[in-house]
Design a protein around this ligand. Structure first.
Ligand code: PLP
Length: 392
């Protein structure tokens, strides 16, 4: 007698083995992988690599990880459920524990600061924030605090300050710290911090790597030893990326150079246009930016990211009117999408900081941040200038 409909409904159509190779990698949502028990024992025992359970590893996520490692130029990459999960994982893998100090660049993404102060702080971690663009400040803080880890961004958010990554990494290593670089705004196309000795590189892949505003995911890239620590800890914290998001980001990566280089070039055009309009513009390729000289050194390609920040010199009510008047540029959080976006840091990315903390970094009531998309830069600029006029 044949099997019952209950059994057949469960197993029908499964187990197909492909002879032809698909051109595009698939999305494998399976949470488990069947194998011979001896092989399963070897995989679970860490003697060979393979797949058993999705929280440990899965083929779709691994394909993305291989692709990011390739773009970062060396090391291994691990995908996480979000950029914040990646920041947390990197701090954990750096061995940060009660009694340790961590040194943060003062203008990193607001939630990364708050993760340190509000999640790690109560666990006994001492958090020091400072302007690490200034290497003499960095040197004295490193010597005074001997931090376990130092975290900075290649291009900071939202004022696009540029730390001298190679020099700061050398100083941090001399004081025994592990160096974590958030490379989200630069992408591996403009900076490869593992190459100058950084220990871990973090991406919010939700931004440029994915690029389409439809997947939340984070990545940490590191050398073999730290990658093993990250992998072991990720199995236990469970902050793994899902296969569908990994597939979307992997698809996004294929057009990263096409999108990002165009976005960088358009950002330069938008920045110039806004400055010519008499606005105070933060963009490292403009001579008015405090890190202009460093931009030319660190980014000799003449591209320095696709974010342009602007001080409207206005109070909040006017900024809100401006945001409402935008038609093409969307008033939305995030950066790196193919669509142009405008964010109000005081309301969004940096709302958890006090007014004083924001002013200390240089974020005023009138600061707005544009993430330049792949649309025509003339249209983007026209939309911003029209909204400015209409909200005056
Ligand atoms: N790092 C940077 C520089 C970011 O801009 C963000 C988010 O905006 C994050 C990390 C956190 O990433 P996610 O939103 O994917 O958790």
């Amino acid at each position: 007698m044949g099997q019952s409909i209950f059994t057949r409904a469960v197993h029908a159509g499964e187990g197909q083995r492909l002879v032809e190779t698909p051109t595009v990698g698939g999305i494998l949502p399976s949470t488990t992988y069947q194998s011979d028990p001896d092989r399963m024992d070897d995989i679970l025992g860490g003697r060979i690599s393979g797949y058993t359970y999705q929280r440990h590893a899965s083929p779709t996520v691994h394909a993305l990880e291989l692709a990011v490692a390739e773009l970062e130029g060396q090391g291994e990459a691990l995908a996480y459920a979000s950029g914040m999960a990646a920041v947390h994982a990197a701090l954990l893998a750096a061995g940060v524990r009660s009694g340790d100090t961590i040194l943060l660049a003062q203008d990193i993404y607001g939630a990364s600061t708050t993760l340190a102060t509000d999640v790690l702080g109560p666990l006994g971690v001492h958090v020091v924030r400072a302007d690490l663009v200034d290497l003499s400040t960095a040197r004295s803080l490193l010597l005074a605090h001997r931090p376990r880890a130092v975290l900075f961004e290649t291009i900071s958010n939202p004022l696009l300050r540029l730390v001298d990554g190679p020099a700061l990494t050398r100083l941090a290593h001399e004081s025994g710290a592990t160096v974590l670089v958030d490379n989200t705004f630069a992408t591996p196309l403009l900076a490869q911090p593992l190459g100058y000795g950084a220990d871990m590189v973090i991406h919010s892949a939700t931004k440029y790597l994915g690029g389409h505003g439809d997947a939340t995911l984070g990545v940490v890239a590191a050398g073999e030893e730290l990658a093993a620590v990250l992998h072991r800890q990720r199995k236990l914290t469970g902050a793994t990326a899902g296969p569908f998001e990994a597939w979307l980001v992997h698809r996004g990566l294929k057009t990263l150079p096409l999108r990002f280089f165009r976005q960088c070039d358009s950002a330069r055009q938008v920045a110039l246009g806004l400055e010519q309009h008499g606005l105070r513009v933060h963009f490292p390729l403009l001579p008015s930016h405090p890190d202009h000289a460093r931009a030319r050194e660190l980014f000799p390609s003449g591209r320095c990211g696709a974010v342009v920040t602007c001080d409207l010199g206005a109070e909040e009510a006017r900024v809100r009117r401006f945001l409402r008047e935008l038609r093409l540029v969307a008033c939305a959080t995030s950066v790196g999408d193919i669509y142009s976006l405008c964010l109000y840091p005081a309301m969004a990315s940096h709302r958890s900081l006090t007014v004083e903390q924001r002013l200390e970094i240089g974020i005023t009531e009138g600061t707005v941040r544009f993430s330049v998309g792949i649309e025509d830069p003339d249209d983007i600029l026209a939309d911003i200038l029209r909204a400015l006029a209409a909200s005056a």
